[in-house]
Design a protein around this ligand. Structure first.
Ligand code: HEM
Length: 153
């Protein structure tokens, strides 16, 4: 096993923990909280989701660093001008989206905005959070599909 194999394995572990966590939040946690009902749904969601957000900050960093290392090591920068490598753009796009959410938008204003919105309209806010997560997991899974199929064929 060489450095490239190790970088690839760490990249996949980071992606599994990160995107797997997003799948759990989207398909298990959010629907369960919404089914349970009650005005405190958003507070419960925040309490259960925030340890995952901390973990996701670490796993996005590892995925980004190992991904960049593989690009540098394989010297495959030219893929970014080839439409056939859409999944390379997809990976960077998903990474940027989550990095901005986790490190910038959420701590800066999104957290407080959702809290205020949840106080005024709890059910609608939880539905909106559910829809946003569904968009993120769908895009992430399309990119995972493209990356595995593209890297091995
Ligand atoms: C800055 C962010 C990222 C960079 C620079 C990056 C870069 C890379 C590179 C260079 C490869 C190897 C491609 C090859 O062997 O031809 C790779 C593989 C892969 N990446 Fe990323 N990636 C990033 C983020 C992501 C994200 C967000 C996901 C998931 C949504 C992801 C999922 C994967 C998967 C599943 C593979 C295939 C592993 C395999 O089967 O060998 N990556 N990535």
């Amino acid at each position: 096993m060489d450095d490239l194999g190790i970088a690839r394995a760490l990249h996949v572990i980071a992606v599994v923990m990160w995107i797997g966590g997003v799948a759990f939040v989207t398909m298990v946690l959010l629907p369960s909280i919404r089914r349970r009902g009650g005005a405190d749904g958003h507070a419960l969601f925040e309490a259960l989701e925030s340890p995952f957000a901390r973990q996701a900050r670490v796993t996005t960093l590892i995925a980004g660093l190992t991904g960049l290392y593989m690009i540098w090591r394989l010297d495959i920068w030219d893929r970014f001008v080839e439409p056939a490598y859409w999944w390379m753009h997809g990976m960077v796009l998903i990474w940027l989206l989550f990095t901005m959410m986790l490190f910038v938008f959420e701590p800066w204003f999104l957290h407080a905005w959702f809290r205020r919105k949840a106080e005024a309209a709890p059910e609608a806010t939880m539905a909106l959070i559910g829809r946003l997560h569904m968009v993120l997991i769908t895009l992430s899974l399309i990119v995972v599909f493209g990356a595995v199929a593209g890297a091995h064929s």
